[in-house]
Ligand binder design. Structure first.
Ligand SMILES: [Zn+2]
Length: 149
């Protein structure tokens, strides 16, 4: 009798697997298990608390390591970015939401990044702050146009 193989699930990486992205502090990121699931934590924990989420089925890292400040900056950047396709508050009435693909193309162009680099999950705090700035100025221009009507 042949073994039934699961065609979908890739085997998990063994615990102790090192993430290809080094930590912000220069340490290695090691795959760990917690009650919330798999994640990568810095080998220098508890001196360094940087983490990055892991794909629960494959153990692949979901982004690059981030400390608390960077994580919050990525959440904020996402909030700003989402406004481009009409999600969230403070969007001028005259602003026509972009399609998601358009919004990413706009961001890639404005940040001078390639397709593989343009994911907020990979951004540093400085890059995240720039996302906020770019979206704010885009929305502000829309607001101006609206008021001049
Ligand atoms: Zn670290």
């Amino acid at each position: 009798m042949a073994l039934v193989e699961d065609p979908v699930a890739e085997p998990c990486l063994p615990l102790g697997t090192i993430c290809e992205h080094p930590c912000l502090c220069g340490g290695a990121m090691q795959l760990r298990d917690s009650k919330y699931g798999l994640f990568y934590g810095c080998a220098s924990f508890p001196n360094c608390e940087a983490t990055v989420g892991a794909h629960q089925a494959t153990g692949r890292p979901l982004g690059t390591p981030a400390d608390k400040e960077t994580k919050q900056a990525r959440i904020d950047a996402h909030e700003w970015f989402d406004k481009l396709w009409g999600k969230g508050e403070g969007i001028p009435e005259s602003f026509e939401p972009m399609r998601r693909g358009q919004a990413y193309a706009w961001l890639r162009h404005r940040m001078n990044l390639g397709k593989d680099e343009c994911h907020i999950g990979l951004f540093s705090k400085v890059q995240c702050d720039l996302v906020g700035e770019l979206v704010r100025s885009k929305l502000a221009r829309m607001q101006d146009r609206q008021e001049k009507r």
